[in-house]
Design a protein around this ligand. Structure first.
Ligand SMILES: [Mn+2]
Length: 423
């Protein structure tokens, strides 16, 4: 019999939202509610899609403090699922280990399974008297679990697809702590059909057949790369033959962290820049489909406003005017930060007239850029003249003769480094 389940992880309920520059009170209030609102959206999703069960693969709470509000809201959501005949399977992760922190809840709703810490548990899921699937899981007792917990889960007896729930770092992902470390091969060799993982906040399918999947977190928590963009949960369809289909991502976040690069090439003045950033903000807000957006922008490229941007206080005041422009209605756009990584305009003609080393460099670069054969000859010279260790070390960093764009980048960088007229 076919069925569906929901796979979510890293809810971090009541997360404090770190790493933000000063936010307005309206923004702070929305942020406080965002993780709980996303959880409520998860409950609505499970009900509307009539799933057989919901998987929560660790880091349900953000920390040992475990706010009372978060615990009550979690209990309320799981009770609603249980009342409708939907099971929930929960494991604890490094942010909410079972033996640390405290629980305001003494008794969970009937259809909620918290997997134990000492050894993996397994449950056969039934619906209308029919066995659907076998679900395994093991929880973190303490925060820093360095044991490979995946090694303790293997396929046993049981009907339907075998699904394992675990909070783990597969393949040494450097963006997250190396808790319950394991390799993809460990999971592939286990006989499990679907590894429902948590811990890594970037959504990813690591393997198909068997499925090894991170759904990512439910709600972004800060402006870092792993927290940006759409966040939510996966709906997984299992057909009558027991085949597991490609998970479907459903956006459930309430506030979205976005990052954009914006070039100052051809931007005449700060007024024009402000107008363009306002447009950028409106576009990002529209793309978020009714959600509020926290936007961080990095200014790149070269232009006449490079110097203006480096005037004391200029960027801070620019951000202030942007914030005044757009924080009014819900959903709101909040300008978190504008970073400046721009370069000054290079006036090569002016540099050529200097009759110094910089002029020689510009002249040499112009020759190389104009002539394929000169570039080929130069690369051959490197092979002859540079120590072979160095050539090996530089590898792909050395431009190829047939890639003029890289040579142009190298010229720009070299001229910037030696011309020394940066603001
Ligand atoms: Mn997490």
């Amino acid at each position: 019999m076919g069925f569906r389940f929901v796979h979510a992880a890293d809810l971090h309920l009541d997360t404090p939202f770190s790493g933000l520059s000063a936010t307005a009170p309206e923004v702070a209030a929305e942020l406080r509610d965002a993780s709980l609102a996303a959880f409520d959206a998860l409950v609505r999703l499970a009900i509307s899609r009539e799933v057989a069960f919901v998987i929560l693969a660790g880091d349900i709470y953000d920390g040992a403090r475990r706010g009372v509000r978060a615990q009550i809201e979690l209990h309320r959501g799981l009770r609603e699922l249980s009342d409708r005949g939907i099971r929930t399977f929960v494991v604890a992760g490094n942010h909410d280990p079972v033996d640390e922190g405290w629980s305001a809840v003494r008794e969970w709703p009937e259809l909620v399974t918290h997997f134990p810490t000492d050894e993996p548990g397994s449950v056969v899921v039934e619906r209308d008297g029919m066995a659907l699937a076998t679900v395994y899981g093991i929880s973190y007792g303490t925060k820093a679990v360095t044991e490979n917990l995946a090694a303790r889960i293997s396929r046993g007896e049981g009907p339907g697809p075998h699904i394992a729930v675990l909070h783990a770092n597969v393949g040494g992902n450097p963006d997250h702590d190396a808790y319950s470390p394991c390799t993809l091969d460990d999971l592939r060799g286990s006989g499990i059909d679907y590894w429902a993982l948590g811990h890594v906040h970037t959504r990813q399918v690591l393997h198909r057949d068997p499925w090894v999947v991170y759904p990512g977190n439910l709600q972004g928590r800060n402006p870092r790369a792993t927290e940006r963009g759409a966040k939510g949960a996966l709906v997984v369809e299992v057909d009558d033959a027991g085949m597991i289909h490609e998970p479907e991502f459903v956006e459930l976040d309430r506030i979205r962290f976005e990052h954009a690069e914006h070039s100052i090439d051809g931007v005449a003045d700060l007024v024009t820049l402000r107008d363009r950033l306002v447009d950028l903000g409106h576009r990002r807000l529209a793309e978020a489909d009714g959600r509020s957006v926290l936007l961080r922008v990095e200014l790149i490229g070269r232009g006449p406003i490079h110097g203006d941007l480096h005037r004391p206080g200029a960027v801070a005041e620019l951000v202030d005017t942007l914030r005044g422009e757009q924080l009014s209605a819900a959903p709101f756009l909040w300008w978190d930060r504008v970073d400046v990584a721009t370069r000054p305009v290079q006036d090569l003609d002016e540099l050529l007239g200097r009759n110094d080393f910089v002029a020689d460099l510009v002249e040499e670069a112009a020759l190389l850029l104009a002539d394929d054969e000169a570039r080929t000859a130069r690369v051959a010279e490197w092979g002859d003249e540079l120590p072979s260790d160095l050539v090996h070390l530089l590898g792909d960093a050395l431009p190829r003769p047939d890639d003029p764009g890289r040579w142009r980048d190298a010229e720009e960088l070299a001229v910037d480094l030696v011309s020394n007229d940066d603001t």
